[in-house]
Ligand binder design. Structure first.
Ligand SMILES: Cc1ncc(COP(=O)(O)O)c(C=O)c1O
Length: 487
């Protein structure tokens, strides 16, 4: 239920006109205002739809509210049981004013105030509890234990990859991969300008120099022509990132790598379930990494995995993951290693999640189709990339707000939140942020600047409900259309 102060932005006096009401509705982003008389009593409600219909019928924006408002509407006493009020909320009656004994509005209820839709939440109602309980009951809670091994084997099988190593998160997966491949000071690694910062951070940890590369306008992933532009004598590796789940141009990347004798370290953190030309991403690169953070397609809470192409590099990484300690001679250290192991508790979660990964990916793709239909109909968005050779696992559904529409991306995010919907801006271009702005590059970043400025991510949990989707649709419609009437 609303706090009392929130009611203020819903109210308008009956002596105002439709232009005034539009301002109130635009400000509250709820698509409705509550009309009061001079005594402050509730006498009507007025929606953006009422105003639009009035304008279509030939009324002007200067017409008084009283000519257009609905005088027959649902309201409840503020003392009504919450369950009763909640039961009256539907997709048609989305806001219910609550009045005191003098019929003055003091509060209101709405679906979005009673219910918040997060950008992402994990689905843990399969065998997760059983397997984690098993770890606790048997005492195998650390990094020794059968679940880690099983998770490595099963996830590698799911992806069709070899030489898997489970690690404590997706960031150290990248670091371990780079170190195992021998990348370090004096080397340059090409990385896209739009990605989560862990990609570039892992390069910096090794002492190598990251070279930021603009993205491709069509796929939002590292641009092939910009890779070529940024190659130099120190280039040692390319780190493609399958942004939001859409695969990169891998054939072209492998061709460049082969020609110039470079490693490919594929950051697949966002691409569980994504296929490149019919095959799961991460199978062919020198190293490919995944993240199982709580917001990822499958999660182990925190966790990651690396696949290697070369057995020797894998063997080295196996030792590096475990303090650099020899596998045959206890407490004998062959390298300065790390403690990057995954725990059996995390492995247990991973095994349970993996049992349902195909359902999760199917659901993510269904959610994406639904969003495509909703945003396509609104016409104010450019839909996410979809190359015909790509099967997008749609980790996080992200679209671009078209330039020139009457609401800015950041205002849209704010207004969606007022409707109980958490959305997110796209990643910032790395080259603009203080820790990364002085690294060398030949890119000028037109595409990354554009995608970052206009990109907006929508709630993409596999357990999102149809009511939540409907609320997102109606909220978007309200916010976009009120701006159009006002223009
Ligand atoms: C592209 C990318 N790389 C790396 C990571 C790092 O993974 P983690 O959070 O598991 O360390 C993430 C996300 O978190 C990511 O989105």
């Amino acid at each position: 239920m609303q706090t009392n102060s929130a009611i203020q932005e819903m109210l308008i006096n009956q002596d105002n006109n439709l232009a005034d009401a539009l301002k109130v509705i635009d400000n509250n982003a709820q698509g409705i205002c509550f009309v009061t008389n001079n005594a402050g009593q509730l006498v009507g409600v007025l929606t953006d739809g009422d105003i639009r219909r009035a304008l279509i019928q030939g009324k002007t924006i200067q017409v008084g509210i009283r000519d257009v408002m609905q005088t027959s509407f649902i309201s409840f006493s503020v003392d009504s049981p919450q369950a009763v009020v909640q039961a009256a909320l539907t997709n048609v009656v989305r806001h219910i004013p609550l009045v005191d004994e003098q019929r003055k509005p003091v509060d209101y209820a709405s679906f979005s105030r009673l219910h918040r839709t997060p950008i992402m939440q994990p689905m843990l109602d399969g065998n997760e509890l059983t397997y984690v309980s098993d770890c606790i009951k048997t005492g195998w809670i650390s990094s020794q234990g059968a679940y880690v091994r099983r998770f490595e084997k099963d996830f590698a099988e799911f992806c069709g990859a070899r030489y898997p190593l489970a690690v404590s998160n997706g960031t150290v997966a990248l670091h371990l991969a780079l170190v195992a491949l021998g990348i370090g000071p004096g080397d340059e690694v090409l990385v896209p300008d739009i990605t989560f910062a862990a990609s570039i951070n892992a390069i910096i940890y090794t002492g190598a120099t990251p070279v930021l590369v603009d993205i491709d306008r069509k796929t939002w992933t590292i641009s092939i022509s910009e890779i070529e532009k940024n190659l130099g004598p120190k280039t040692k590796a390319i780190m493609p990132v399958h942004l939001y789940g859409h695969p990169c141009h891998m054939d072209e990347i492998f061709a460049i790598a082969e020609k110039h004798n470079l490693f490919v370290v594929e950051d697949c953190a966002e691409a569980v379930g994504s296929l490149y030309k019919g095959k799961h991403v991460g199978r062919e690169a020198d190293a490919a990494t995944f993240s199982f953070f709580g917001n990822k397609t499958i999660t182990t809470g925190e966790g990651g995995m690396v696949f290697f192409k070369n057995e020797k590099v894998y063997e080295k990484a196996l030792i590096l993951r475990d303090h650099g300690m020899s596998k045959t001679r206890k407490y004998w250290h062959e390298f300065v290693g790390f403690n990057y192991r995954m725990t059996n508790l995390q492995g247990a979660l991973g095994c349970a999640q993996l049992e349902r990964v195909n359902d999760f990916v199917t659901k993510k793709r269904e959610i994406a189709s639904t969003y495509n239909a909703i945003l396509g109909e609104l016409g104010s968005f450019e839909l996410p990339p979809q190359e015909e050779w790509a099967y997008n696992g749609f980790w996080l559904y992200t679209a671009l707000l078209k330039e020139g529409v009457p609401v800015s991306r950041d205002l849209l995010i704010e207004k969606m939140l007022r409707n109980g919907v958490e959305t997110r801006p796209a990643f910032y271009p790395l080259h603009l942020m203080p820790p990364y702005k002085d690294y060398p590059t030949k890119s000028t970043f037109e595409n990354s600047l554009y995608i970052s400025k206009q990109g907006i991510s929508f709630p993409s949990s596999v357990n999102i409900t149809s009511d939540e989707i409907e609320n997102i649709k109606l909220s978007l419609k309200t916010i976009m259309e009120i701006k159009e009437i006002k223009q």
